[in-house]
Design a protein around this ligand. Structure first.
Ligand code: GLY
Length: 299
């Protein structure tokens, strides 16, 4: 006999949370970071409030962060050791565990939309490099000038060989139909070897969503996050404890003790409860729910 499972079809109260990366510099331009996450959460909320899907809301929110030059995703991505931009992104919806991801892609302004196209194709889950670009052409995503992704800030940091923890971006949402979705996008680690892929492209590590539990987007040391499969493990803690804040906090212990790294994450559970945690000085976060007429920006 097939195992029984199910989910109540009663309407849910929508909610959305976004992050701008655990590597944000606390001494530099907090207002700019606040404006960026506010614009992103508002864009995603607009989709949810008009009855739209969580998947569309998070894609929209992450696109806004990719377009913002201050965050390490899309325009503003850090540079590889060769001075180039190679980006990773992933997106997942939690009803049917459908997911899409791209890794080490250059010349794409919004890698999250390419990952979404991979999800929508219902074929493969992860496409990389030139193959991902060929797929982009097939689905009508036009390549951009590589220079359009490089900001003066990142050029200066590259020239000075300044290390930077990823200011990866991400979003998680619950829509009124009870679907949870999560997305993450990044330029990766500054000075990384060309071809290096981090957690943001890896379903289960940087991103995971299961509508019966919740959704997670991670940021931080990609190698450490992959070592402990952080997003999926966070949902296991959430399932056991039914407490998003506890799950997020214990996940940071796991990242430190077993992953041997630092970072952060955002989480929404199947009821729409929001939590976040980080083991770095600053992780820009913004969230919205009907209980709050304005975005909540707790930093
Ligand atoms: N967490 C992003 C990266 O390591 O690439």
């Amino acid at each position: 006999m097939a195992p029984a499972s199910g989910r109540s079809s009663s309407a849910r109260v929508p909610s959305i949370v976004v992050h701008g990366g655990a590597g944000a510099d606390p001494l530099e331009g907090r207002d700019e970071l606040r404006d960026g996450v506010r614009a992103a959460v508002d864009a995603g909320w607009h989709v949810l409030a008009s009855g739209g899907a969580a998947l569309d809301a998070i894609e929209r929110a992450v696109t806004v962060l990719e377009d913002h030059p201050r965050f390490n995703a899309g325009r503003g991505s850090v540079l590889t050791s060769a001075g180039t931009v190679e980006m990773d992104a992933s997106i997942m919806e939690g009803d049917r565990l459908e997911c899409g991801a791209v890794a080490a892609v250059p010349r794409i302004a919004n890698p999250i939309s390419l990952a979404r196209k991979v999800l929508d194709s219902r074929g493969h889950v992860l496409l990389v490099g030139e193959g991902a670009l060929a797929f982009a052409r097939r689905v009508g995503i036009v390549e951009c000038d590589p220079e359009a992704l490089v900001t003066d800030r990142q050029r200066r940091r590259h020239a000075a060989a300044l290390a930077q923890l990823p200011g990866t971006v991400g979003a998680v949402a619950l829509d009124r139909h009870g679907t949870v979705a999560a997305a993450t996008s990044t330029g990766g680690m500054s000075g990384k070897l060309p071809g290096r892929v981090g957690d943001s492209a890896v379903i289960g590590a940087g991103t995971y969503a299961d509508s019966s539990i919740g959704g997670v987007s991670c940021t931080g040391d990609g190698e450490a996050i992959m070592r402990v499969v952080l997003a999926r493990r966070t949902l296991e803690y959430l399932k056991d404890a039914d407490d998003p804040e506890y799950a997020a906090t214990v996940a940071m212990d796991l990242l430190r003790d077993e992953g041997r790294g630092t970072g952060g994450l955002i989480v929404i559970d199947w009821r729409g409860r929001i939590a976040w945690a980080h083991s770095t000085p600053l992780m820009p976060v913004a969230w919205r729910s009907p209980a709050h007429p304005e975005p909540v920006i707790p930093f």
